[in-house]
Design a protein around this ligand. Structure first.
Ligand SMILES: [Fe+2]
Ligand SMILES: [Fe+2]
Length: 180
């Protein structure tokens, strides 16, 4: 059975227009990437990956879980300055905080709760992704975070990521060779 692309993107756009999700535009992470842009990137890549792998997923839960996975509602750099929050501490605490915040404004299914709570696995040892949707968000999150930390601050396009990986690898090899 095929995934319903229209259903996924309709739900994603609907969520992005809500004030509860729009609030993510006020916060940044990964060297200045707006949390809204990051969550949208993770949603788009999670769906893209599901298509590539041929995995049948729940379109609504994937869109919702991805958009809410980082719903911790602060700017990481500011919080770190104010409270001496280390990267590690932020890494292990924000999934639970995101789940608590998201539960206050959205009705979440057990699957959606697990997507949010387990997205930093294996850092969050006992909170393991328990569905295809949770694994997709966990993987897409890592990939998008790396891209964003390497300088991509705008919305990522899954259709061009293979070319980006090739070009990045090429640049790295050329850089390495220039030292030999
Ligand atoms: Fe996160
Ligand atoms: Fe994230």
């Amino acid at each position: 059975m095929k995934n319903d692309r229209k259903k996924f993107y309709t739900e994603l756009e609907r969520l992005c227009r809500t004030p509860e999700i729009s609030i993510l535009k006020s916060f940044t992470q990964h060297k200045g990437t707006p949390t809204f842009v990051h969550c949208r990137n993770v949603a788009v890549y999670s769906f893209h990956l599901a298509e590539k792998l041929g995995w049948k997923i729940d379109e609504i839960s994937l869109a919702k879980g991805a958009m809410l996975h980082d719903y911790y509602l602060y700017t990481v750099a500011e919080k770190q300055k104010e409270t001496n929050l280390s990267d590690y501490r932020h890494g292990i605490t924000h999934p639970q905080l995101s789940l608590e915040n998201a539960s206050k404004v959205f009705q979440l299914t057990p699957k959606e709760k697990n997507i949010i709570r387990s997205h930093m696995w294996p850092l969050t040892l006992f909170h393991i992704p328990a569905s295809k949707e949770a694994w997709l968000v966990c993987l897409a999150d890592t990939y998008c975070a790396i891209r964003e930390m390497l300088g991509d601050k705008e919305e990522l396009d899954p259709e061009i990521h293979s070319a980006w990986i090739r070009n990045y690898a090429k640049r790295k090899v050329q850089h390495a060779l220039s030292f030999t």
